[in-house]
Design a protein around this ligand. Structure first.
Ligand SMILES: Cc1ncc(COP(=O)(O)O)c(C=O)c1O
Length: 501
């Protein structure tokens, strides 16, 4: 099935409620399974039987908690609306048709015009980089509109962004810079709160740190790469999120892909939202755990998967799963939806599963205090076993974190490859996060952070409302700063460039 083309827009500062699923969850009577602790893991308020999902738990660093929204809280009406407008039949038909025509033209193109560049075939002795369809698609279909993306920028990614102008004389195979620049409205960066700036407090303090500690530690955290600034950021992150401890890494993508293998392995089952980010998917592939996809943000389907998994156990042996972990995102970066956290937490507790929430797009941007989706829903963050997030969006920096109990974080400090084998976060990058986080938290003694959070929430609703008014189809939750705008017709995307040779 061909997905409609979405243009995802991230705003800057300058749920539906599934009652059926809750009712279903009420009737369900699976054996009461108790959560557990191992290797120093603590389980709050639950008797430790060493069993979970009917199985003995191995060292994993996860902890269950009994905190959480009450039933009355869960039955509150949704605070915001989420919509995924159905595409009209005629638009869907034209989109498919347009796409097939492009593919057909691309195919003809491939037959008659051999490109002068990118001619290398798969090298002997090396794994192929792309599959055949991917190669064809990138060269003969996507190339036509490539100039709409992959544009080099030469300014901070603020409300406006400066693009380096370029031209193509061979229909998008190659580009040459013209030496001129164009300033545009920025609809594509993740700089939600506007902290990615070249001047101001964050930049000034980062420069001071650069002068004191340099750009890099040139070592891993476990060797000579830990500086006081890293400890400071970890303590601050834990405090900001309202959990016991946190660990930080130099790259958001690696935070998922290199830490998941330390949390799940063979014999574990992961129930992963179908729209989860590539970094989560890669981490799961590396882990060796069995991954099952559930429909996007669909609590009912998730519950069916949980029930089935517990009843059937592992394939072939029928043995119980060592662990069942649900992985979701806070705000989905391509759909603009917000995770149905209260209901998923209910399921997690009922079926004694673990919950991993990737807050790349929600930490800093969601909730009254910018503390993410737990803040948005008024949920105790300690309810979530593993809170993951990145510093590349609201904090205007780079890197990622995992936060939770001290036991979980200690576990990752030993078993997480990104901590053990990758160089530590660059000091000025670390300082940028510390300064922006302190501003968001109001620890700088001003209300500048609060103002940015409020402005983002206001901009989000305003932007969505006005797009609706002009008749554009947009997706997602009205509180989501990610605003996907559907364009549908592939050829229309490249239209402004139709004058190009
Ligand atoms: C949900 C999610 N997780 C992880 C990442 C990876 O983070 P980073 O870009 O900071 O490496 C992204 C990137 O956009 C993301 O959207």
């Amino acid at each position: 099935m061909i997905e409609p083309t979405t243009m995802t827009t991230r705003l800057r500062a300058d749920s539906t409620w599934n009652e059926g699923a809750s009712a279903n969850a009420e009737k369900q009577t699976l054996p009461s399974l108790l959560s557990t602790l191992r290797n120093g893991l603590t389980s709050r308020g639950v008797e430790d039987t060493g069993k979970i999902n009917g199985y003995t738990l191995t060292s994993n660093g996860h902890v269950h908690s009994t905190h959480g929204p009450t039933k009355a809280e869960l039955q509150k009406p949704p605070r915001s609306r989420e919509s995924f407008e159905k595409v009209p039949f005629i638009t869907a038909a034209l989109t498919h048709l347009g796409f097939y025509i492009l593919m057909f033209l691309g195919f003809i193109n491939q037959l008659f015009f051999v490109p002068k560049i990118a001619t290398e075939k798969n090298r002997e002795g090396y794994a192929p980089l792309y599959d055949n369809f991917e190669k064809f698609y990138l060269k003969y279909v996507y190339r036509r509109v490539r100039d709409c993306w992959n544009r080099p920028i030469c300014s901070v990614p603020g409300a406006t962004v400066t693009l380096k102008d370029r031209v193509t004389h061979d229909y998008g195979w190659t580009f040459q810079f013209t030496g001129t620049e164009t300033q545009c409205i920025n609809l594509g960066s993740y700089n939600y709160l506007g902290f990615a700036e070249a001047s101001g407090k964050c930049a000034d303090e980062s420069i001071k740190t650069l002068k004191k500690f340099g750009c890099a530690s040139c070592s891993t955290r476990l060797e000579l790469g830990t500086m006081p600034i890293h400890d400071e950021l970890e303590k601050l992150t834990a405090k900001f999120l309202g959990v016991e401890d946190a660990i930080v890494f130099g790259m958001g993508f690696a935070t998922n892909s290199l830490n998941l293998p330390s949390l799940v392995s063979k014999g574990c089952l992961v129930l992963s939202d179908e729209k989860n980010h590539a970094s989560l998917i890669l981490g799961l592939r590396l882990s060796g755990a069995v991954t099952q996809i559930f429909k996007h943000n669909n609590v009912k389907h998730l519950e069916e998967c949980l029930k089935k998994a517990i009843v059937s156990g592992q394939p072939k042996t029928g043995e119980p799963w060592k662990k069942i972990v649900i992985i979701v995102e806070g705000v989905y970066s391509m759909e603009g939806s917000i995770v149905h956290l209260p209901e998923i937490l209910e399921l997690k507790k009922k079926y004694k599963a673990y919950l991993y929430v990737d807050e790349a797009h929600s930490a800093g941007a969601m909730g009254k205090n910018g503390r993410g989706v737990c803040d948005y829903y008024g949920i105790d963050p300690r309810e979530v076993d593993i809170l993951m997030g990145t510093f590349t969006k609201s904090f205007g920096s780079a890197g990622g974190y995992i936060a939770g109990t001290r036991t979980l974080i200690n576990h990752i400090r030993i078993y997480g490859h990104a901590h053990t084998y990758a160089a530590s976060m660059s000091p000025p990058v670390t300082q940028q996060i510390i300064t922006s986080m302190r501003i968001i938290a109001g620890e700088d003694g001003t209300d500048a952070g609060e103002k940015r959070i409020k402005q983002l929430a206001k901009n989000t609703r305003y932007f969505r409302r006005r797009l609706n008014q002009i008749g554009v189809i947009i997706y997602g939750n009205e509180d989501s700063p990610v605003v996907p705008m559907l364009v549908y017709l592939f050829s229309k995307i490249g239209d402004p460039y139709s004058d190009d040779p």
